[in-house]
Design a protein around this ligand. Structure first.
Ligand code: ZN
Length: 124
């Protein structure tokens, strides 16, 4: 098998420097952080991942219906309507969660994925 498991840290990656080296859940500086560390504590890792799990369950059906109907431009009339509604739901959920994260002082998801991708393979 040529591919490493998705969670294998990249051996050549360097730890994030400066303000990038913060907990994704509370933005506290990660002192003495190991390469690929994203959280200040197991509790914050659990909180972050549990929230993503719940959000994923809510978003996935709508994101897939959106994509599979090309945002409501493919399929029969019913599929197009479902696709349009699904796109609207996806966008509302994402906007709501981005605002919640900002208000709660969490790392923006773009920053989280950028940091995550420096140390772990993205699932493709
Ligand atoms: Zn934290």
């Amino acid at each position: 098998m040529a591919h490493a498991p998705a969670k294998t840290p990249h051996s050549a990656a360097q730890p994030p420097a400066g303000s990038a080296c913060r907990c994704a859940e509370c933005l506290a500086p990660l002192t003495g952080a190991q390469r690929g560390q994203l959280f200040c504590s197991p509790a914050h890792r659990t909180a972050f991942q549990q929230r993503l799990r719940i959000r994923g369950r809510q978003l996935l059906p709508y994101a897939m219906a959106d994509r599979m109907t090309r945002s409501g431009t493919a399929g029969d009339d019913a599929a197009r309507e479902t696709g349009k509604s699904s796109r609207a739901v996806s966008q509302r959920l994402i906007a709501k969660w981005a605002a919640e994260d900002k208000a709660a002082g969490r790392m923006p998801m773009v920053d989280y994925v950028t940091r995550y991708a420096k140390h772990f393979d993205l699932p493709l």
